[in-house]
Design a protein around this ligand. Structure first.
Ligand code: RIB
Ligand code: CA
Length: 310
């Protein structure tokens, strides 16, 4: 069977980096045809550099382009999350300098060109950061939806409440106008929101099981997860949720998740609810809003995928 073609739009970011390593490990099922980066956890120059670092660590090269995208959100002022990712965005872990340059093509142009070319075999968009690039691409070329099989994204919150304000989750808060556009882009969307990712936290013992896999990629993943736990414990006295890797696991094992159909809007008016996601649960909704996961099996699936590195 033909592999699922995916584009990962991300803001690496510790958990984005683990998601990328997991996606590249699952190369028997997933064909990563490109990485687009956006400003988010850290500024855009750093998220692009971090994506290049992880691409090379995973053993991929310029055949998987890294295209730098929007340096700022569509309308609001830029926000970052160094408290949870360190000043480098990768937990200040000392990775080798990336050798292979980023593509000269802007992420939005890459998305438009690539998604126009995938109409015959639509690609899956995985979004693990602010959704600026996809929103801009869909405004620039609304026809790209014909090249999109589905979107699987990490963002938003309902019953769980926010993680960057009491109401808003970071990826949506960082660009709520873009998020609203993507939630209503008109293709199927599956959402790994805080209601479900907060159920999937990686203990320090589980991190050491990743490290024990022994490959340099698994050891790096363990370092990234350990850094994430250190920063999360310092800020919130709990180990870190497996936010972004859950998007890749949801591609590989959708049976491990459950949710409800919904239509989703985003509060874009100024005020304390700015950036809040508002799912309206209805059977004809084209968004699948996840709210349950088998956390142990999600971790086991990630461990199994990372175990493929040699
Ligand atoms: O709220 C969690 C999300 O914000 C994750 O994607 C994390 O990487 C940050 O971007
Ligand atoms: Ca992210």
């Amino acid at each position: 069977m033909r592999k699922r073609q995916i584009i990962i739009d991300c803001d690496p970011g510790l958990d984005d980096a683990v998601a990328l390593l997991t996606a590249f490990a699952a190369s028997d099922t997933l064909d990563v045809i490109g990485i687009t980066t956006v400003a988010g956890n850290v500024p855009g120059d750093l998220t692009a550099r971090n994506a290049r670092i992880i691409r090379e660590l995973a053993g991929a090269g310029k055949d998987v382009p890294v295209c730098k995208g929007a340096p700022v959100p569509m309308l609001r002022d830029a926000v970052t999350a160094e408290d949870f990712h360190g000043s480098t965005g990768l937990g200040n872990i000392d990775f080798p300098k990336p050798r292979i340059p980023a593509s000269r093509q802007h992420a939005v142009n890459f998305l438009v060109k690539t998604l126009r070319a995938t109409k015959g075999f639509p690609a899956t968009l995985v979004i693990t950061g602010p959704m600026t690039n996809i929103a801009l691409a869909s405004v620039m070329a609304p026809d790209i939806t014909r090249g999109i099989k589905e979107i699987v994204l990490m963002g938003g919150a309902d019953s769980e409440g926010g993680n960057i304000t009491p109401h808003a989750e970071f990826n949506v808060f960082a660009d709520p106008h873009a998020a609203h556009a993507v939630f209503n882009i008109g293709v199927p969307v599956r959402v790994l929101n805080l209601d479900v990712t907060h159920q999937i936290r990686t203990s320090d013992q589980q991190v050491e099981r990743v490290r024990a896999l022994g490959s340099r990629q698994a050891i790096a993943a363990a370092d990234l997860l350990a850094a994430s736990n250190r920063l999360e414990v310092a800020a919130k006295a709990r180990v870190a949720p497996l936010h972004d890797p859950s998007t890749i696991i949801a591609l590989l094992r959708p049976d491990l998740f459950d949710g409800r159909k919904a239509r989703v809007s985003v509060v874009t008016e100024e005020g304390d609810r700015f950036g809040k996601t508002v799912p309206e649960y209805r059977e004809d909704g084209h968004v699948l809003w996840y709210d349950k996961a088998d956390a142990d099996d999600v971790f086991s699936e990630m461990l199994g995928q990372l175990g493929k590195y040699r």
